[in-house]
Design a protein around this ligand. Structure first.
Ligand SMILES: [Cu+2]
Length: 100
């Protein structure tokens, strides 16, 4: 019973703590159509132009974009739309949502 109560407190703590850390998120997108070494720069610039993005790195070798953004200012959809508009459709492959 003691353990049960202790675990309840842990769960409650997590629920309370989540909103305060929810602002900054890191996601990885798989990026299509990158076929030369200039492409990552175009993708990177398209991502950095999105309001709320604080960091964007694109790996040409892995075809992966890593983005740090404020989820109060933008969404993953806005990020994938930004790369798609630049000619590079992208898809979420990993994100630190509250469920992970
Ligand atoms: Cu290119």
């Amino acid at each position: 019973m003691k353990q049960f109560i202790a675990s309840l407190f842990i769960v409650a703590g997590l629920v309370v703590a989540t909103p305060s850390i929810a602002a900054e998120r890191t996601v990885k997108l798989t990026v299509e159509n990158m076929n030369c070494i200039s492409c990552p720069y175009i993708v990177k610039n398209s991502l950095r132009s999105v309001q709320g993005v604080s960091h964007a790195e694109v790996s040409y070798e892995e075809k992966v974009a890593t983005i740090i953004f404020d989820d109060k200012l933008t969404t993953v959809t806005a990020l994938t739309e930004a790369t798609a508009k630049a000619g590079f459709p992208s898809f979420l492959i990993k994100g630190n949502t509250s469920h992970e």
